[in-house]
Ligand binder design. Structure first.
Ligand code: DOR
Length: 437
């Protein structure tokens, strides 16, 4: 199958140019404004921008075991609609992804269920270093240095030292200090005020755990990625960490802060918690400065019924894969950043950090994972229109300008927006992501 995407402004590694892109099979075969060849399909993309598909390196898709909240079919459709062509999923499913066998079961499941490309982390426990050492076909190791949804936790120093010393895969971690959180939780034990979530999971908890993890990574010379940075305080630690240390920020930590509990309540209850307006601003500046280089969503759906339980029972997590790119394109439209920066944060950098083969850039020979965006299209985010199984979004009612309008995964068009309606084609499914490690 040959597809020619004509006349889009194409975001190439060396800059953006109006040109045409030829897809042949699963690959980008040519990039040339003057291509003359017989094709099966031509897409006239004049006036739109073609970018490498988004790679979301932190999602919780809940399958297996928690499929009343989310599953691979719904979540991967949400990805396709959101311009996300590849995802890396976290191990706190049921059973936890803490053995090579469970990891391989998950890969098999995704093969028949995911519309977009997929990869799965292996989770660390205090006892599974043997599994972590032998795991392949995974982007890396996830450590919950602080506990969150589920029962994964590695807080003991000796166990952390062993994991950093005896494994070679890249490591990422949820950094909130468990003992600080527990002490704070005891202090607010009687609280039913959702805003106390940010006092329990406070700035100190994030700082202490991130400092501890970076110290481990540097002493063991082990590549380490700080997941979902939530505080300004962590930025200097990351900057001082040098080349071994990378970090990401999530849309909810850029766009929401403690003032939003009043209107959104537990919908914005997340771990790490949302912090202050000043943290929003400094995290954004850290992206612009290149200290934080990745944007990922931490898409973590729960049903509305679960979220509406009173604090503190309401679970932490919110869905985001289908709106994350649009949230960033809206900032491009407002001149707060460039489309090239968005591509770097959401595609080329996640590909570099996780050593993903043949993705993250539009280049001949690379996988044809492509997202066409219309920077002038305005749409309102609506609960009813969400593909995520939970059927709600904290951005309900938000008007955004700049949306994905077509998505190709390994050369196959899986999504197009036609007269405002989402159209999906699941005749060909996504593929397992390959890594250079
Ligand atoms: O709020 C969160 N929820 N943070 C996480 O890191 C995990 C996630 C979940 O799985 O629900």
């Amino acid at each position: 199958m040959k597809t020619l995407i004509k006349n889009a402004v194409v975001v190439l590694p060396e800059g953006s140019v109006e040109t045409s892109v030829l897809i042949e099979g699963t690959k980008i075969a040519a990039i040339d404004a003057a291509i003359q060849t017989t094709v099966d399909r031509t897409v006239d993309a004049r006036g739109k921008h073609l970018i490498p598909g988004v790679i979301d390196d932190q999602v919780h898709f809940r399958e297996p075991g928690l499929t009343h909240k989310e599953d691979l079919v719904h979540a991967s459709r949400a990805c396709a609609k959101g311009g996300v062509t590849s995802f890396l999923e976290m191990p706190n499913t049921v059973p936890n992804t803490v053995t090579v066998d469970v990891l391989h079961d998950k890969l098999k499941l995704a093969q028949s269920r995911s519309l977009v490309n997929y990869g799965f982390y292996i989770g660390a426990t205090t006892e599974n270093v043997g599994e972590l050492r032998h795991a392949r076909r995974t982007p890396g190791i996830k450590i919950f240095i602080g506990s969150s949804t589920g029962n994964l936790l590695v807080d003991e120093q000796a166990a952390l030292e062993t994991i950093f010393a005896e494994t070679t895969l890249p490591i990422c971690a949820h950094c909130e200090d468990e003992s600080t959180v527990r002490q704070n939780a005891a202090r607010y034990a009687d609280s039913t005020d959702i805003a106390d979530h940010s006092r329990v999971r406070d700035h100190r908890a994030a700082f202490i755990a991130t400092q501890r993890a970076i110290d481990l990574a540097i002493r063991h010379q082990h590549p380490f990625h700080v997941l979902h940075v939530s505080t300004a305080d962590e930025i200097d630690l990351i900057a001082a960490g040098g080349e071994l240390i990378t970090a990401e920020v999530c849309p909810h930590h850029l766009f929401f802060n403690v003032d939003d509990y009043a209107s959104l309540g537990s919908l914005v209850k997340m771990n790490p918690s949302i912090k202050t307006k000043s943290d929003n601003e400094k995290l954004w500046q850290a992206l612009l400065d290149g200290v934080i280089t990745v944007i990922a969503t931490d898409h973590a759906p729960h049903t509305l019924e679960e979220k509406q339980k009173p604090y503190p029972e309401c679970p932490s997590g919110l869905p985001a894969v289908e709106n994350s790119l649009a949230l960033m394109l809206n900032l491009v439209r407002q001149d707060k950043c460039t489309l090239e920066q968005v591509v770097k944060w959401m595609s080329s950098e996640p590909a570099r950090v996780w050593q993903i083969e043949n993705k993250g850039r539009i280049e001949v020979g690379y996988d044809a994972d492509l997202t066409l965006v219309d920077l002038s299209l305005t749409q309102t985010v609506l609960n009813d229109a969400q593909e995520a199984k939970c059927g709600w979004t904290p951005w309900h009612g938000t008007e955004l300008t700049g949306w994905p309008v077509a998505t190709w995964v390994m050369g196959h068009q899986v999504f197009r927006l036609e007269n405002g309606q989402s159209q999906f084609d699941s005749a060909v499914l996504g593929k397992e992501i390959e890594y250079r490690h």
